[in-house]
Design a protein around this ligand. Structure first.
Ligand code: 4NP
Length: 165
Protein backbone atom coordinates (compact mmCIF):
# COMPACT_ATOMS: atom_id res chain seq x y z
CA UNK A 1 0.00 0.00 0.00
CA UNK A 2 1.22 3.49 -0.92
CA UNK A 3 -0.20 6.33 1.19
CA UNK A 4 -0.42 9.92 -0.06
CA UNK A 5 -1.26 12.99 2.06
CA UNK A 6 -2.02 16.36 0.42
CA UNK A 7 -1.52 19.39 2.66
CA UNK A 8 -2.51 23.07 2.37
CA UNK A 9 -3.26 25.74 4.97
CA UNK A 10 -6.96 25.25 5.72
CA UNK A 11 -7.73 21.84 4.15
CA UNK A 12 -10.85 23.33 2.57
CA UNK A 13 -9.66 24.48 -0.90
CA UNK A 14 -6.43 23.15 -2.43
CA UNK A 15 -5.70 19.90 -0.59
CA UNK A 16 -9.29 18.55 -0.73
CA UNK A 17 -9.25 19.34 -4.46
CA UNK A 18 -6.08 17.27 -4.84
CA UNK A 19 -7.61 14.57 -2.60
CA UNK A 20 -10.75 14.30 -4.78
CA UNK A 21 -8.84 14.37 -8.07
CA UNK A 22 -6.35 11.73 -6.93
CA UNK A 23 -9.15 9.48 -5.58
CA UNK A 24 -10.92 9.53 -8.95
CA UNK A 25 -7.73 8.86 -10.91
CA UNK A 26 -6.78 6.00 -8.57
CA UNK A 27 -10.26 4.49 -8.93
CA UNK A 28 -10.17 4.84 -12.73
CA UNK A 29 -6.87 2.94 -12.79
CA UNK A 30 -8.29 0.18 -10.54
CA UNK A 31 -5.68 0.99 -7.89
CA UNK A 32 -7.97 1.76 -4.93
CA UNK A 33 -6.64 -1.28 -3.07
CA UNK A 34 -3.06 -0.12 -3.53
CA UNK A 35 -3.03 3.66 -3.15
CA UNK A 36 -4.61 5.37 -0.16
CA UNK A 37 -5.31 9.14 -0.29
CA UNK A 38 -5.91 11.71 2.45
CA UNK A 39 -5.61 15.47 2.97
CA UNK A 40 -4.96 17.84 5.88
CA UNK A 41 -4.26 21.48 6.74
CA UNK A 42 -1.33 22.95 8.62
CA UNK A 43 -3.80 25.20 10.48
CA UNK A 44 -6.77 24.15 12.62
CA UNK A 45 -9.18 26.96 11.58
CA UNK A 46 -11.52 24.75 9.60
CA UNK A 47 -11.22 21.35 11.31
CA UNK A 48 -14.39 19.27 10.77
CA UNK A 49 -15.66 21.49 7.95
CA UNK A 50 -16.61 20.46 4.42
CA UNK A 51 -14.50 21.82 1.56
CA UNK A 52 -15.22 25.41 0.48
CA UNK A 53 -18.36 25.47 -1.74
CA UNK A 54 -16.37 27.10 -4.55
CA UNK A 55 -13.83 24.25 -4.52
CA UNK A 56 -16.62 21.64 -4.42
CA UNK A 57 -18.51 23.25 -7.33
CA UNK A 58 -15.44 23.73 -9.51
CA UNK A 59 -14.39 20.12 -8.90
CA UNK A 60 -17.93 18.81 -9.58
CA UNK A 61 -17.92 20.46 -13.02
CA UNK A 62 -14.96 18.24 -13.90
CA UNK A 63 -16.50 15.13 -12.35
CA UNK A 64 -14.75 15.09 -8.96
CA UNK A 65 -16.79 14.60 -5.78
CA UNK A 66 -15.44 16.43 -2.71
CA UNK A 67 -18.69 16.23 -0.70
CA UNK A 68 -17.62 13.50 1.73
CA UNK A 69 -14.34 15.17 2.73
CA UNK A 70 -13.87 16.89 6.11
CA UNK A 71 -10.97 19.07 7.21
CA UNK A 72 -8.39 17.88 9.70
CA UNK A 73 -5.04 19.23 10.86
CA UNK A 74 -1.74 17.62 9.84
CA UNK A 75 0.14 16.01 12.76
CA UNK A 76 3.68 14.68 13.30
CA UNK A 77 2.32 11.09 13.23
CA UNK A 78 1.34 11.58 9.58
CA UNK A 79 5.01 11.20 8.66
CA UNK A 80 4.98 7.66 10.06
CA UNK A 81 1.81 6.80 8.15
CA UNK A 82 2.28 8.38 4.71
CA UNK A 83 4.85 7.70 1.97
CA UNK A 84 4.20 11.09 0.34
CA UNK A 85 3.43 14.27 2.31
CA UNK A 86 2.79 16.89 -0.38
CA UNK A 87 2.68 20.62 0.33
CA UNK A 88 0.76 23.02 -1.90
CA UNK A 89 3.09 25.99 -1.29
CA UNK A 90 6.36 26.96 0.37
CA UNK A 91 4.68 28.13 3.56
CA UNK A 92 2.90 24.77 3.93
CA UNK A 93 6.25 23.06 3.26
CA UNK A 94 8.01 25.06 6.00
CA UNK A 95 5.21 24.32 8.47
CA UNK A 96 5.40 20.60 7.66
CA UNK A 97 9.19 20.59 7.99
CA UNK A 98 8.73 22.10 11.46
CA UNK A 99 6.60 19.12 12.63
CA UNK A 100 8.41 16.35 10.70
CA UNK A 101 10.07 14.07 13.29
CA UNK A 102 13.89 13.93 13.14
CA UNK A 103 15.10 11.00 11.04
CA UNK A 104 11.71 10.50 9.37
CA UNK A 105 11.97 8.43 6.19
CA UNK A 106 9.13 10.45 4.69
CA UNK A 107 10.02 14.11 4.14
CA UNK A 108 7.53 16.74 3.01
CA UNK A 109 7.90 17.92 -0.58
CA UNK A 110 6.20 20.37 -2.92
CA UNK A 111 3.28 18.71 -4.74
CA UNK A 112 4.05 20.61 -7.96
CA UNK A 113 7.48 18.96 -8.15
CA UNK A 114 5.41 16.22 -9.88
CA UNK A 115 3.77 18.59 -12.42
CA UNK A 116 4.77 18.00 -16.04
CA UNK A 117 2.86 20.58 -18.09
CA UNK A 118 2.98 23.53 -15.66
CA UNK A 119 6.21 25.19 -14.51
CA UNK A 120 4.88 26.78 -11.30
CA UNK A 121 6.26 25.44 -8.02
CA UNK A 122 3.30 26.42 -5.82
CA UNK A 123 -0.48 25.95 -5.99
CA UNK A 124 -1.71 29.52 -5.28
CA UNK A 125 -4.15 29.99 -2.41
CA UNK A 126 -7.55 30.67 -4.09
CA UNK A 127 -9.42 31.49 -0.86
CA UNK A 128 -9.54 35.28 -1.19
CA UNK A 129 -9.76 35.37 -5.01
CA UNK A 130 -12.36 34.72 -7.70
CA UNK A 131 -13.59 31.66 -9.59
CA UNK A 132 -10.64 31.60 -11.98
CA UNK A 133 -8.33 30.83 -9.05
CA UNK A 134 -10.24 27.62 -8.36
CA UNK A 135 -10.09 26.60 -12.02
CA UNK A 136 -6.34 27.17 -12.02
CA UNK A 137 -5.96 25.07 -8.86
CA UNK A 138 -7.70 22.22 -10.70
CA UNK A 139 -5.49 22.58 -13.78
CA UNK A 140 -2.35 22.38 -11.64
CA UNK A 141 -3.69 19.56 -9.47
CA UNK A 142 -4.74 17.37 -12.42
CA UNK A 143 -1.31 17.75 -13.97
CA UNK A 144 0.61 17.01 -10.76
CA UNK A 145 -1.62 14.01 -9.92
CA UNK A 146 -0.73 12.44 -13.27
CA UNK A 147 2.98 13.01 -12.56
CA UNK A 148 2.58 11.64 -9.04
CA UNK A 149 0.90 8.48 -10.35
CA UNK A 150 3.84 7.97 -12.72
CA UNK A 151 6.26 8.40 -9.79
CA UNK A 152 4.32 5.87 -7.69
CA UNK A 153 4.42 3.40 -10.59
CA UNK A 154 8.22 3.87 -10.89
CA UNK A 155 8.65 3.37 -7.18
CA UNK A 156 6.59 0.15 -7.26
CA UNK A 157 8.54 -1.17 -10.25
CA UNK A 158 11.84 -0.51 -8.47
CA UNK A 159 10.57 -2.25 -5.33
CA UNK A 160 9.40 -5.22 -7.38
CA UNK A 161 12.76 -5.49 -9.15
CA UNK A 162 14.71 -5.34 -5.90
CA UNK A 163 12.33 -8.01 -4.54
CA UNK A 164 13.18 -10.25 -7.50
CA UNK A 165 16.94 -9.90 -6.98
P1 4NP B 1 -6.61 26.22 1.53
O1 4NP B 1 -7.24 27.70 1.45
O2 4NP B 1 -5.33 26.34 2.35
O3 4NP B 1 -6.34 25.89 0.11
O4 4NP B 1 -7.65 25.35 2.18
C1 4NP B 1 -7.47 28.49 2.57
C2 4NP B 1 -8.58 28.24 3.36
C3 4NP B 1 -8.85 29.05 4.45
C4 4NP B 1 -8.00 30.10 4.75
C5 4NP B 1 -6.88 30.33 3.97
C6 4NP B 1 -6.62 29.53 2.88
N1 4NP B 1 -8.28 30.95 5.86
O5 4NP B 1 -7.53 31.91 6.08
O6 4NP B 1 -9.25 30.67 6.58
Amino acid sequence: MIRVLFVCLGNICRSPTAHGVMLKKVEALGLSGEIQVDSAGTAAYHVGEKPDARATQTAAKRGYDLSALRARQAVAEDFGTFDYVLAMDNENLANLQAICPPGSQTQPQLFLSFARRFRESEVPDPYYGGASGFEHVLDLVEDACDGLLADIENRQNKQNRSGDA
